[in-house]
Design a protein around this ligand. Sequence first.
Ligand code: GLU
Length: 295
Amino acid sequence: MAELVQRYLDDLVAEYAGVSDGALADYIPELTQVDSSGFGLTLSSSDGFLYESGDARTEFTIQSISKPFTYALALDQVGEDAVDAKISVDDMTTTPKNPMINAGAIASVALVPAAGPDERFAKIRDFYSACAGRPLEFDEDVYRSEKATGSRNRAIAYMLDSFGVLADDPDEVLDVYFRQCSLRVTSADLARMGATLARGGVNPQTGRRVTSTRVVQRTLSVMVTCGMYNAAGDWVSAVGMPAKSGVGGGIVAVLPGQLGIGVYSPLLDARGNSVRGVLVCRSLSERLGLHFLTV
Ligand code: GLU
């Protein structure tokens, strides 16, 4: 069985390796420097067994895949009521509704309780690392570039501050957000992070409980509805797994109870999702019958 799965992944990577559609993210110079041919695929079973193919150990920045994990950490640390008071609810509240878009993601950062930005970032990094099962490193160049060019995110943070959503200094909160986006992962890390969610908050490799099943349920819910930018609807119907993508070229997908999938390929489609990442996940879902609404 293990050999079959391995061969299947190798065939998939070979099948899509020739696809060169899409473009590298170019909103910061650092992301235009990456090797556009990079292509890694990792699948983690719910008992922690890894199947890897291609450039599964190539590091890239996590970018927006950080969003569900910081949302989970905020839920874990302060509970649903405190999180819902700042993220979600309705038009009348002037609070951001969605932790998968930047406003909600920046609000999530501010919800993580900490004495200052360094402690807050340490908590976030530790949480992602516990999900990945190894200490994640930080990309200084990407961070500096994000910080130097982040006018849009700065505008969002100040708008949130004017609405009273951020309990702390907006520049400090933003600095932590830029740092979390600049953490480096591999497709193997994403598969393990996905498998931790698939196992209801227990990292299957280390056996450590990272968060509760309730937090995971909320996190997977926002990933199902909003994880793939404006392609979330197409993704749910074609792939049928909670997922999150980032402009670094990564995608994490989760089949609850069963699998975590990590894919890396930095050429993005017009909606910001990895072209080969989407193709591979569609194919895996179809051929292995992974759609979560399969009856
Ligand atoms: N650091 C990026 C930003 O906040 C992340 C973008 C993304 O992956 O969607 O603008």
